[in-house]
Design a protein around this ligand. Structure first.
Ligand code: DWN
Ligand code: ZN
Length: 412
């Protein structure tokens, strides 16, 4: 039998073996591996720990779980969150106007259910999705967005060029962190992009992870936690140039990157400013990471203590949003079905299943009003605004939301 994971002992950006571990969250189940009721316990667990490359500041996971296990059948559908539909509609508009994509080929790597390609196609681009999850590729194809069910690679990029020509824009949102072999990705981009072509990507930002103690976004799908300095090194080593960076609020704080061939696009003020900010923060040093690890323990203890106090008072608590990160949070904090009765989620695929490790049932959102738990723990805290807005009736009836991070608190 093939191993289910391997230990990553080299930096995937610069190849260095100088990796320093600064955080361990113990052994954790796969965050999107929701379980069918009746499946024998225990759920498989894998080590969950972070290291920093002492040479280029890349932060990465210590292990790599085989991608076929993680991504062939995938629970997360971007269109399940109205805020993500809106975010990607705006992104499609920005790409269309900045890169004049009408009539040109736009390829998206990890295109999920087609949430970005739909508005790009509506604005006149020729679009192609590449999506390894069979279930999501099928949804996108059924909606008329041509989607190849495959992992992106250099050889796939060559096939796309033969069949469709080169691309003006290649997009990858929340995908770079999932890719183990970044050399193969960048070679694929070099093959696929036309001369002035641009790679546009969104990645969760390491600075936000540290600042806001977003340790729950650490799970096995996320192999890399990028800073701008590491990203610059990554692209420069492979003959590409990062020329623009903008901070986005999605997923707890992300970066939108624009990458092209060297010298073809002016370097922007946004890039310079973000690099200066990173240098002020001394991201090369160990201190910010040690401080983060300390705050993770404080956050865990605060959440456990809040939940246990409420439970002692006889209060009932549910989870809101069966986000992947919620499963890191619950498992690391040792919270289970005694503490959290159920988790509501809008994704039909997740409903009726159990959260990995904790085995808490995932149920439709209507349960919030049907069961009226005293508290709803916002596992999908990045969507807090949208969730609180649409649950005014729950709050009117006395329900309260709990924000788990950076330090657990009941929302006013
Ligand atoms: O990289 C990844 C990121 C960016 O997205 C992935 N590996 C998987 C995913 O992470 P996540 O699962 O933590 O993402 P979300 O967007 O925080 O998940 C929110 C969950 O909450 C979804 O399952 C949908 C659900 N939801 C809901 O039930 N009601 C969301 C909203 C806004 C709602 O109103
Ligand atoms: Zn490195």
């Amino acid at each position: 039998m093939r191993e289910t994971y391997r230990v990553a002992d080299r930096c995937r950006v610069c190849g260095s073996a100088h990796l320093w571990q600064f955080l361990s969250l113990g052994d954790s189940p796969l965050a999107n591996a929701f379980v069918r009721p009746g499946t024998p316990t225990p759920d498989p667990r894998y080590p969950l720990a972070l290291v920093k490359c002492e040479d280029c500041t890349q932060v990465q996971l210590t292990v790599v779980v085989r991608p076929e296990i993680l991504f062939r059948d995938y629970a997360y559908a971007s269109s399940a969150s109205s805020s993500m539909i809106e975010h990607f509609r705006a992104m499609a508009g920005a790409i269309t106007s900045r890169y004049a994509t009408r009539g040109t080929l736009v390829v998206e790597i990890g295109s999920n259910d087609g949430v970005l390609l739909r508005p790009l196609a509506a604005a006149g681009a020729r679009v192609l999705g590449v999506e390894p999850a069979e279930n999501l590729a099928a949804v996108a194809n059924a909606a008329g967005v041509e989607t190849w069910n495959a992992f992106f690679s250099l050889s796939l990029a060559r096939r796309i060029v033969v069949e469709k020509g080169q691309a003006r824009v290649v997009v990858a949102n929340n995908v770079m962190a999932h890719i183990d072999d970044l050399d193969d990705l960048t070679q694929g981009l070099n093959a696929l992009l036309d001369g002035d072509g641009v790679f546009v990507a969104e990645v969760p930002y390491l600075v936000e992870l540290l600042d806001r103690v977003e340790f729950d976004t650490v799970y096995h799908e996320h192999l890399s936690y990028f800073s701008i300095s590491a990203l610059r090194t990554l692209f420069a080593r492979r003959g590409l140039e990062l020329f623009d960076v903008k901070r986005e609020t999605v997923h707890g704080g992300s970066l939108r990157l624009h990458v092209g061939r060297p010298g073809r696009h002016p370097l922007t003020a946004g890039l310079t400013a973000t690099l200066e900010d990173e240098s002020r923060r001394e991201m090369h040093d160990r201190v910010p990471y040690q401080e983060f690890a300390r705050r993770v323990v404080v956050a865990r203890d605060a959440l456990r203590s809040l939940v246990h106090t409420l439970r002692t008072q006889g209060k009932r608590i549910a989870g809101y949003g069966a986000a992947a990160k919620g499963n890191t949070l619950l498992n690391y904090c040792g919270l289970a079905s005694d503490d959290i009765e159920f988790i509501v989620d809008s994704t039909p695929y997740k409903q009726g299943l159990l959260a990995p490790g904790t085995r808490i049932p995932v149920v439709p959102e209507s349960w919030i009003l049907d069961r009226q738990p005293d508290y709803a723990l916002l596992l999908a805290w990045n969507h807090a605004e949208a969730i609180v807005r649409k649950n005014a009736e729950y709050v009117r009836r006395g329900g309260r939301f709990i924000l788990p991070l950076p330090v657990a608190r009941v929302m006013d």
